[in-house]
Design a protein around this ligand. Structure first.
Ligand code: COA
Length: 319
């Protein structure tokens, strides 16, 4: 079966930084409470007039350039998001338009909450062999500030805005193991949608926490079993950045060192489908990802959904 090789990554976040102290001026909270309960120090919020499209297009352009391909080489364009600029067309179609992608490059969004990027990756792994060309642009990201009630201290401290992107190639040479799941459930984490009066995110934080600890370690074990690997053989665990304490607890349950878990939550908060591709881009930029290394990405989110992917980082062939 064909797997995916990541050829290039990109990310784009708003410039506007909002610190915990900034939020403490709006709601009854403190830097100390937020840092100790979540690990978050600051996040980015889009300013009035900024759009998800502009961040998605910026991240996509970086990923395409680093992959060494041209937009017209793409055979598929997917985006995991729940905060598309429009109810329709899909956010991926707005990216398609801006990048002038070819007509035989289908584009659609995946709504799987914070698991959206991993859902999109596995969808690309399955679909790409049937497309006109073997390259896909896969984005994940949100403007969660648009659906966050800034007067609700139980949610406004957690979320942020940002987009990550990867360009992948479908190839038999790339090992690829994935595992997706869902426990259909509305009331733990939901929003009525951007235009709706109930657009704000509603969350039962403790239930989300419990859900993550039930599903994420199990997803990791499933992936290791599929690959016939031991947890020690994985070089990097890239977990959805929702809460430092969740990352810590998952690492403890899996008995893997925290030093193998990449974290950037202190700077960006939870950007939902954006956290994993943003992390991959930072890791690539910092030279942390080396050819031959095994990477396990794990996510969970609204739905309630979860997803995981286990793959090997490879140097891209010179084109
Ligand atoms: N500042 C100060 N106090 C706050 C607060 C804030 N921002 N938010 C809640 N509190 C208060 C609560 O009102 C509660 O007060 P009480 O004891 O007087 O009732 C107290 O802090 C404890 O609240 P609780 O909800 O039990 O805290 P917690 O330890 O569970 O932490 C979360 C709350 C949201 C940080 C935590 O549950 C969490 O991270 N859950 C996962 C959320 C998540 O990942 N969501 C995205 C999924 S993709």
């Amino acid at each position: 079966m064909n797997g995916l090789q990541i050829l290039g990554t990109g990310r784009a976040l708003p410039e506007h930084v909002v610190t915990n102290d900034d939020l403490a001026k709006i709601v009854d909270t403190s830097d100390e409470w937020i840092v100790s309960r979540t690990g978050i120090k600051e996040r980015r919020f889009a300013r009035e007039g900024e759009t998800l499209t502009q961040f998605a297009v910026e991240a996509a352009r970086q990923a395409i350039a680093r992959a060494g391909i041209r937009p017209e080489d793409l055979g598929l364009c997917l985006m995991g998001t729940v905060t598309s600029d429009n109810a329709t067309p899909a956010q991926s179609c707005l990216v398609h338009q801006a990048l002038r992608l070819p007509e035989d490059c289908p584009a659609f969004d995946l709504s799987a909450g914070c698991s959206g990027f991993l859902y999109a990756m596995e969808t690309a792994a399955a679909l790409l062999p049937r497309m006109s060309r073997p390259y896909a642009l896969i984005l994940g990201g949100e403007l969660l500030s648009r659906i966050t009630n800034m007067e609700d201290r139980s949610t406004c401290i957690l979320f942020g805005d940002g987009v990550g992107a990867v360009v992948v190639k479908s190839t038999q040479d790339a090992p690829w193991y994935a595992h997706l799941g869902a426990r259909g459930e509305r009331d733990i984490l939901w929003s009525g949608g951007m235009g709706s009066e109930e657009r704000y995110l509603h969350m039962n934080g403790q239930e989300v926490f419990k859900f993550a600890l039930e599903t994420v370690p199990q997803a990791a074990r499933t992936l290791l079993a599929k690959a016939g690997m031991e947890k020690e053989q994985v070089d990097w665990y890239v977990l959805h950045q929702a809460n430092h304490r969740i990352v810590e607890s998952v690492a403890r349950r899996l008995k893997v060192p925290l030093s193998k878990c990449y974290e950037n939550i202190e700077r960006y908060g939870n950007t939902s489908a954006g956290t994993i591709p943003i992390a991959l881009d930072e890791m690539a930029e910092q030279g942390l990802l080396k050819a031959g290394q095994w990477i396990m990405c794990l996510g969970f989110g609204s739905g309630m959904t979860w997803g995981g992917a286990l793959f090997q980082w490879q140097d891209k062939e010179e084109k």
